[in-house]
Design a protein. Structure first.
Length: 736
């Protein structure tokens, strides 16, 4: 009889696994059981399953092999679902050799449990049996178990047939031949601080390291191809992780809640970033998304509050809603994905559904071919937009009512649709030469005052008195600058531009057609860079323009214009200063850093110099010439610029801004282009010593009235000593 029972026990237990375990049938010696009776080969089999009851288990629990109840003997064959769950005072459990199944979460949350031994009789263990057992130190499997083992003293439970580690503890090691880490294997193992995953492992299962808060780093080997959902969820101590290129699948929520992670590189084999994969990674500042990724699912990076910028590659075909929602510091987004940007949208489906409304800068990459309707509609915090050279068209209402103050359009753009930028906060805009079509109200911005037009086809088109350039840009534009590609102005082109005050025509302008500036009664300045007067008709300008506007022409061309039948009607003709060219003024500081200012030739620039307390202006060098003596009332004004120039200003520490002895106030030291300049403004000759930082003297000079130049080696730091004072510590080249 007993042999028959043992042979058929597992069949009966499998039937038990499908039955509900929400109540207990009896209590024997403080242990709660569910009882079952089965007919197997015309014989009755009585089985018991350990379950939970009204009182928590505590201390040591020894489960008997059988119990007697109501005149029958029941063999204890199963430890049921959540049987000992959250029994925090349970310290030890002895499991008899009659038990063949341990069901899910059987010991989950038993934080006081330190050791468990799985008998040889057990043939089925479900997931999560030791989840959240933070105090568990030893897991052993008895010899002779045909299904499970704890090989090499690994302190872990391994499914022998599948070579999968299904349960671990804080002292576990993963043997070198294990192929998978099973679901919930280390879930809630807060005492785990490090673990080595061998190269034999190919899969990390769902919830495998869920909430292992003590884990600070983990190395995932190149053998791993799959990371299951929530595998590292809430590993708050994890600061670094390297995901190898072998990984092709990252599950939902795999790294969500890893608040210590600062950067993540997604491997090249991954094609899809699943939902919430990196959500709530609040310290994440850097993410690299490879070109293999085609899909970013919903909430993938939700609430990554430290993320400031992100670049989406051209491989991405779809982005799920809220992918970057609540990334409150995300202010710059680069989009290279044509599918995302070019899609037609509506007022309720803008790109903010992916990135939120806090983004201040969008950079549209060169791989994007078009910008779809309503894509950036109504984004009030959006200030800067840079559109790449691949974009040929911008759809209607694409940026309307956004807060844009800076817009960069690239050559290659051909069409700007209806109301594309209407309601933006642009002060100026430059239209590339390739643009052939701008639709009605495309740039109706109440703040728009300056427009640079480089498209000849756009300006040279013949318009009507009811439809001119003002239908694109509005009536409040005060200045139009026509680039060198614009060679003619069509009929009525600026008719209706009632706010126009200044027009600048390039050196290539050769024809202005009739009524071009009809109604531009506020026109104050006309700048023409062509020394030869363009062909113009008398009715091209209004009578008020001839009377009140100033015509600026290139130097030496005044008489030519005054001799022209139409141009001579302007009562005021002057030489234009628009012939000045752009140039750069490079500012060099004490530490050798530079600041470049965009300037114009034929102009001077004044700098107010304000040393901090205890500092003085040591020297001012303009294009290699010492001009310190030209400083007046705390300011220095450059000569009129003739091209790119350099201004080097050196501050040095004094005594509340004044030297503590006369000899020091007479000495000025500066460095420029690997040369040390020592200037003595006094009448007394002084000795200056130049040292390296290790105290070796490299130069000793006597400096009389005037400047002494000492050539020195680049990329070394030197000390200059006069008397007992170190006047300058400089790393050359300061002016290189």
């Amino acid at each position: 009889m007993k042999q028959n029972i043992v042979k058929t026990l597992f069949i009966a237990i499998c039937a038990m696994a499908a039955l509900p375990t929400f109540a207990y049938d009896c209590e024997v010696d403080g242990i709660y059981y569910n009882l079952f009776e089965y007919k197997i080969e015309n014989e009755s089999v009585f089985l018991a399953e350990v379950t939970y009851g009204k009182n928590d288990y505590s201390g040591t629990i020894s489960i008997p092999a059988s119990i007697d109840y109501s005149g029958k003997t029941y063999y204890v064959a199963t430890i049921g679902v959540r049987a000992f769950s959250v029994c925090t005072n349970l310290t030890n459990v002895n499991i008899p050799n009659t038990v063949t199944m341990i069901r899910s979460s059987a010991f989950s949350g038993c934080t006081g449990l330190t050791k468990i031994t799985i008998p040889s009789s057990v043939t089925s263990i479900e997931n999560g049996v030791f989840a959240w057992c933070s105090g568990l130190e030893i897991i052993q499997v008895e010899n002779g178990n045909q299904k499970y083992d704890s090989r090499e003293g690994c302190n872990a439970l391994i499914d022998t047939y599948h070579n999968s580690l299904i349960a671990g503890c804080k002292n576990s090691t993963i043997p070198n031949n294990v192929e998978a880490i099973g679901g919930e294997a280390f879930e809630g193992c807060t005492g785990l601080t490090s673990i080595n995953i061998p190269n034999s492992v190919t899969e990390i299962g769902y919830d495998a390291f869920y909430a292992c808060t003590g884990l600070t780093s983990i190395n995932i080997p190149n053998s791993v191809t799959e990371i299951g959902y929530r595998a590292f969820h809430d590993c708050t101590g994890l600061t670094t992780i390297t995901i190898p290129n072998s990984v092709t699948h990252i599950g939902d929520g795999a790294f969500s809640g890893c608040t210590g992670l600062t950067s993540i590189n997604i491997p090249n084999g991954v094609t899809e970033i699943n939902s919430s994969s990196f959500a709530y990674c609040t310290s994440l500042t850097s993410i690299t998304i490879p070109n293999s990724v085609t899909e970013i699912n919903s909430s993938s990076f939700y609430n990554c509050t430290s993320l400031t910028s992100i670049s989406i590659p051209n491989s991405v075909k779809s982005i799920g809603y809220y992918a970057f929602e609540e990334c409150t510091r995300l202010t710059s987004v680069t989009l290279n994905c044509n599918n995302i940007v070019s899609s037609k949208r509506d007022i309720n489906n803008t790109i903010s559904k992916y990135f939120g409304e806090q983004v201040e800068e969008y950079i549209i990459g060169d791989d994007v071919k078009s910008i779809g309707s309503y894509t950036f509609y109504g984004l009030k915090k959006l200030k800067t937009v840079k559109i790449g050279k691949g974009v040929t068209s911008i759809g209607e209402m694409a940026f309307s009512d956004a807060g844009i103050t800076s817009l960069s359009l690239s050559e290659g753009l051909r069409e700007v649709s209806y109301s594309a930028f209407v309601g933006c906060e642009l002060g100026s805009v430059t239209i590339p030469s390739t643009v052939t079509t701008i639709e009605k109200e495309a740039f109706y911005c109440p703040t728009l005052k300056h427009v640079e037009l480089n498209s000849n086809s756009l300006v040279s088109t013949n318009y009507t008195s009811d439809s001119s350039l003002d239908t694109f840009f509005g009536e409040k534009v005060e200045e139009y600058v026509l680039g060198p590609d614009v060679k003619s102005i069509g009929r009525y082109a600026f008719s209706g531009c009632t706010g126009l005050k200044t027009i600048v025509l390039s050196e290539n302008m050769d024809r202005i057609r009739d009524n071009a500036f009809e109604g531009c009664d506020e026109l104050e300045e006309i700048h023409i860079l062509n020394p030869e007067p363009p062909i113009v008709l008398e009715n091209s300008f209004s009578q008020d323009a001839y009377k009140y506007a100033v015509l600026y022409v290139p130097e030496g061309s005044q008489e030519v214009y005054k001799a022209d039948e139409v141009w001579k009607k302007f009562s005021r003709v002057r030489t234009t200063d628009m012939a000045a060219k752009d140039c750069r003024l490079i500012l060099r500081g004490f530490n050798g850093g530079t600041v470049a200012l965009q300037c114009r030739t034929k102009a001077s620039y004044t700098f107010e110099l304000k040393p901090e307390a205890g500092w003085i202006v040591s020297s001012i060098m303009f294009n290699g010439t010492d001009v310190t003596n030209e400083m007046s009332a705390g300011s220095y004004t450059t000569p009129s610029l003739t091209g790119d120039s350099e201004l080097a200003i050196v501050f040095e520490q004094g005594n509340n801004g004044v030297r503590d002895a006369m000899v020091y106030s007479q000495i000025h030291i500066s460095a420029y282009n690997a040369e040390l300049n020592i200037r003595n403004d006094g009448n007394t000759t002084v000795q200056a010593d130049v040292y390296t930082t290790d105290g070796r003297i490299v130069k000793r000079v006597s400096v009389s009235n005037g400047t002494t130049i000492i050539p020195l080696t680049n990329n070394k730091t030197y000390l200059v000593k006069v008397g007992s004072k170190i006047l300058l510590s400089a790393k050359l080249p300061l002016g290189a």
